[in-house]
Design a protein around this ligand. Structure first.
Ligand code: ZN
Length: 768
């Protein structure tokens, strides 16, 4: 091995320093822009002005789910704001159901700004309803306030080519119901060609474009040309596609609308709780949301909307300063060329005796060892942390130590193994080993999903191009050899670090081992540089792996001693009062995130644990205690009419909450054979296996906006098999008798999503 064929030990430290700079730039690049003051020019989006609107809408901190009186108040405020701006807002009322069997009467707010051309129009949308457990200042108050501030700005810009329709919809949290009513029933819906939707799954962080219509390349191109601080990546887009999450944009996309969906996801612990309030709504996120949406809606409104081509793009932003993009079809052939070029270089090194075949083999093994060892150790660590109760929830109050631990674990494995293999591989053995795997994977991943594959493809291309002069000619200065390893490493860091940081925000604790694997992947190009560490003697040689190992252990220790929950990141603890009309039994029921009962609640009364709730469709553990019986009427399910045909009995039934609860539900047992369900004459789409899994195979039909009259449910059951259904009604909050349980909930716990509810139930036997 020629000595000039290693970059030299003194280049290791600067390399690590540059990587650290890239890391901090990535962190800084994830910060939303500075909020513009209320005095900003009229044509611009100002978070200062939007926050005044937001404060007016939800500053009182009152949750306002679909159908509630509080939601009516918020609706009135939205209408006031739009009217003040010179719009003529309309309310669109409709009844709709989703594929889970959830129905509600929703009230959308619609307004429009006419464009120069009639016909095709674009849609700007956000939802104004919140979950029952929180005021929804960010989800989706920020979206609504941004839409209103944009509606104001649009009045002081030139008339756009196409009309802009403003939709502030209702019932998103219930099942995208407002969006469904808009696309199905609004006469304006059929003219819409593209939509911009604003959402949130947290209260801070950058507003990211994470979804587009089918004309992906077209939408990203518009976004990249117009956004001032673009935050987007085809990786988010591909990952989001795989998740079961939905927003109103799902409905718009299904209706054939093009466009873009924006959301921020920082501080997910606030999401769907009382902490999603005005004080916690980040003004920077609001500014980013508004900048993105204003520029995108204007770009769409002024674009040619006639048949944008259905084509996918590979795209990513660079520290929110610009977007790199190319057609998705290019990635795979480029990956093949990179692989061929690399194999040629490796063959050349071997032919010129600068790389022994055995050194190459060890280099290949080294990379595999890095990947497998990191994966196994990270998975073991993740399992131990879970089993010992360090990570009882998916998003911890203090996630930094764990993130540091998994990053440093990966760094430890990369450095320790590269040092261990270096004597068998030399510089070029490690270099070839790393890049053979990278180029191979970039071919495979680019084939499977080019939107994800770029993260491998771009560093691979950099490596084979920068490597070319140094693999083909010996005796280059060491700086040149250093470049062949360092440049692709830096490119990998620039593309990858920000994504790995976001991955925790997106997926939480369950992705920690995946984070370690990705860090090991991104840092594996460091391996050839570490070959130079054979030069120094003694301590210096082991300083890097030693520091990484010590940092891993310290971070794990910090994670173990840090509390899982805090007042700012509380545990989700929902309380229920349940009364069964058939047995007369009443119970307090507690659901907790951690599966453990917080001590103050435990001592409040005699709770016992059930592994699977108390209703047969419950799959979560619950804690139950006897509660006093209350004289309140249970819901009724009355058969109004039934008839028989074709082996089925057809029923028309009335579901009614006798006590005026907002929600009523009827649960059919698994395999009841129920078919052709209609609620208030709305057909319910056939349920999928995914839907059934949520309730252990039980089949539920519910209405969140009950009226005194009740709702009509039509269905068919096969003849001859008796079916026992559960009928429930739900109201928000606990009865007064439950005050002592409410008061026992510690500050480190909070109601979540549906929140605390009072449930009355009874069973009804059907004999078809
Ligand atoms: Zn939302």
């Amino acid at each position: 091995m020629q000595p000039e064929d290693t970059p030299g030990a003194r280049r290791v430290l600067p390399t690590v320093a540059i990587l650290a700079v890239i890391f901090f730039l990535s962190v800084a690049g994830l910060r939303p822009p500075a909020p513009q003051p209320a005095s900003a020019p009229a044509a611009q989006f100002s978070a200062g002005r939007a926050r005044e609107v937001l404060n007016h809408l939800v500053g009182d901190g009152i949750p306002h789910p679909t159908g509630s009186a509080a939601n009516g108040v918020v609706r009135g405020r939205v209408i006031d704001e739009l009217t003040k701006l010179g719009y003529q807002p309309q309310v669109q009322t409709g009844f709709s159901c989703d594929e889970f069997g959830t129905c509600a009467t929703v009230k959308n707010i619609l307004a429009r700004l006419d464009g120069a051309e009639p016909g095709a129009s674009v849609l700007l949308a956000a939802h104004y309803d919140s979950v029952p457990a929180g005021p929804g200042a960010s989800d989706d108050g920020a979206g609504v306030a941004a839409v209103i501030e944009i509606a104001r700005a649009l009045k002081s810009t030139a008339v756009p080519r196409h009309s802009i329709i403003i939709l502030i919809d209702d019932g998103e949290e219930a099942g995208l119901l407002g969006a469904r009513v808009f696309v199905a029933e609004s006469p304006w819906a059929k003219d819409v060609r593209a939509a911009v939707n604003l959402e949130a799954r947290g209260t801070s962080g950058p507003s990211m474009m994470f979804e587009t219509g089918t004309a992906n390349y077209w939408a990203v191109k518009l976004y990249s040309q117009h956004a001032s601080r673009p935050a987007a990546s085809s990786i988010f887009y591909q990952v989001y596609k795989q998740l079961p999450n939905d927003t109103d944009f799902t409905v718009f996309k299904a209706s054939g609308y093009q466009g873009a969906n924006f959301a921020f996801i920082g501080d997910v612990n606030h999401y769907h709780t009382q902490l999603d309030n005005f004080a916690n709504a980040d003004p920077g996120s609001l500014q980013h949301h508004g900048d993105n949406a204003l520029r995108m809606i204007l770009a769409l409104a002024n674009s040619d909307l006639t048949s944008p081509p259905v084509r996918e793009a590979v795209f990513f932003d660079l520290f929110e300063r610009g977007v790199v993009m190319w057609p998705a079809g290019w990635s795979f052939p480029v990956a093949i060329v990179a692989l061929i070029l690399l194999l040629f270089q490796v063959g050349w090194l071997i032919a010129k005796n600068r790389l022994l075949p055995s050194a190459l083999l060890w280099g290949v093994v080294n990379w595999l060892a890095i990947f497998v060892t990191t994966g196994v150790l990270a998975l073991i660590l993740q399992k131990i942390l879970h089993a010992t109760g360090v990570t009882p929830t998916n998003w911890l109050a203090h996630p930094l130590p764990l993130q540091i631990a998994f990053w440093c674990l990966a760094i430890s494995v990369v450095t320790v193994l590269s040092l261990a293999f270096e004597s068998r591989t030399g510089y070029w053995g490690l270099w070839a080993g790393v890049w053979i795997w990278w180029t191979l994977f970039s071919v495979v991943i680019s084939w499977l999903s080019s939107g994800i594959g770029y993260i491998l493809l771009v560093p691979s291309c950099t490596a084979v191009l920068v490597g070319l002069p140094f693999t083909l000619r010996r005796g280059e200065p060491r700086n040149g050899v250093w470049l062949s390893a360092a440049l692709p490493l830096f490119v990998a860091g620039v593309l990858g670090f920000g994504h790995v940081i976001l991955l925790y925000d997106g997926l939480g604790i369950r992705i920690l081992a995946g984070i370690a694997l990705l860090v090991a992947l991104l840092l594996s190009p460091l391996a050839p540089l570490l070959a130079s560490l054979r030069e120094p003697k003694g301590f210096a040689r082991f300083a890097l792996p030693g520091a990484a190992l010590v940092a891993t252990l310290l971070a794990v220790f910090a994670a173990v001693v840090a509390p899982a929950y805090s007042a700012k990141a509380p545990e989700h603890v929902n309380l229920q009062y349940r009364q069964d009309a058939d047995s007369g039994r009443s119970q307090w029921v507690v659901y907790t995130d951690s599966g453990r009962l917080p001590e103050p609640i435990r001592v409040a009364t005699n709770f016992h644990r059930l592994d699977k709730g108390s209703f047969p469709w419950d799959s979560l553990p619950a804690f139950l205690a006897d509660a006093p019986h209350l004289e309140i009427a249970a819901p009724t399910f009355t058969i109004l009419e039934s008839s028989e045909s074709g082996g089925m009995r057809h029923y028309r039934a009335l579901l009614r909450s006798e006590r005026g609860a907002p929600e009523a539900v009827v649960f059919f047992p698994p395999d009841s054979g129920i078919d052709h369900v209609r609620i208030q004459d709305q057909p319910i789409p056939q349920k999928t296996a995914r839907v059934f899994r949520y309730f252990n195979g039980w089949d539920l039909y519910r209405c969140l906006t009950m009226t005194a009259k009740g709702i009509e449910v039509q269905f068919e059951l096969p003849l001859g098999t008796p079916v026992e259904v559960y009928v429930l009604d739900l109201s928000y909050g606990l009865p007064l008798e439950g005050m002592f349980v409410l008061k026992s909930r510690p500050l480190t716990a909070t109601p979540y999503s549906q929140g605390d509810v009072t449930i009355l139930s009874r069973q009804v036997q059907l004999n078809p």
